[in-house]
Design a binder for this molecule. Sequence first.
Ligand SMILES: Nc1ncnc2c1ncn2[C@@H]1O[C@H](COP(=O)(O)OP(=O)(O)OP(=O)(O)O)[C@@H](O)[C@H]1O
Ligand SMILES: [Mg+2]
Length: 337
Amino acid sequence: MGEESVLLELEDLTTVFPTRRGLVRAVDGLSFRLHRGEKLGIVGESGSGKSVTLLSILRLVPPPGEIVQGEVRFRGENLGRKSNRELRAMRGKDMAMIFQDPMTTLNPAFRVGDQIRESLRIHKIGLQDNGRLARLLGTGRRTMEQERVLQAMADVGIPAPAQNARRYPHQFSGGMQQRVLIAIALACEPQVLLADEPTTALDVTIQAQIMALLDKINREHGTAIVVVTHNLGLVAEFCENIVVMYAGQLMEQGAIGLVIDEPLHPYTQGLLRCLPKIGARQEKILPIPGLVPDLAALPRGCPFAPRCAEVTTQCTTVDTVPLRPMPNGRWVRCLLY
Ligand SMILES: Nc1ncnc2c1ncn2[C@@H]1O[C@H](COP(=O)(O)OP(=O)(O)OP(=O)(O)O)[C@@H](O)[C@H]1O
Ligand SMILES: [Mg+2]
């Protein structure tokens, strides 16, 4: 893919949290690109820095956490140079996020339709342009906004939008709540949608419906989507490309088919062994032995070394393991290569 189709670019991004036990590098020298219309999955165990990566992209890292190194560029512009005002205008409108915990993101006190309307208002969609249009057509601004809200609800497959817009979040099922959040995120037609564990809280059938919905949005609007999940199976089905993270670092990256067929990093191999095989009578899931590392006390060398079956002395004596380019546009951070 050409340079001109690059939408979002992370370069050496490093985000830290000072803790009583020391500095935690939640995201550690992370670089990757997202192209227009791409579906990218970011996979890794709990605590690998997936959510902090998305928060860093939007510059929403909660203090005292801080981006200390590297850049995030959106359409070539370094977001680190933008004012808070510019960033606020960008969030939602250019890049929108679906947060990890849907049930706490919706406000229980407001009707669902009003919460979608609010998202439109913040970015003045349906106010300026449509306001003028509304006057021309002789309809009220409110009617135009209402149309937009109902359309957004219909787009994400919420039945009977007019009735459901008047209901409160608790009157919706988990799957419908997630649809409302997606409607809010998509109301301003962003170019990038960052989805943090969009289906984790949902049962399997509803999971598939939500992923089908994201797929439809990607196809029909060309929205680039980043899905963050610990579920490699979901990424295998939905995404074109994958980034595998461990201890804040990118361990492996490439086209999803290639990575699934022939995972290079022992960590990716381990994640794949955790996947239940379709059609297998006895589901044999082999968890990766050992625990996710303590980010405040990482060992020297490769952070995965203590759990790796193929570890050599070199893995624990080098300062850092470099990320290496591999054939077919793949990358891997492992001394085996
Ligand atoms: N607010 C915070 N204060 C201190 N440390 C934090 C904070 N948020 C995240 N971290 C640190 O950053 C690391 C990465 O966290 P992150 O939430 O990005 O993990 P994750 O990959 O999204 O995990 P999960 O799959 O559980 O959501 C955590 O292990 C934690 O040590
Ligand atoms: Mg997370």
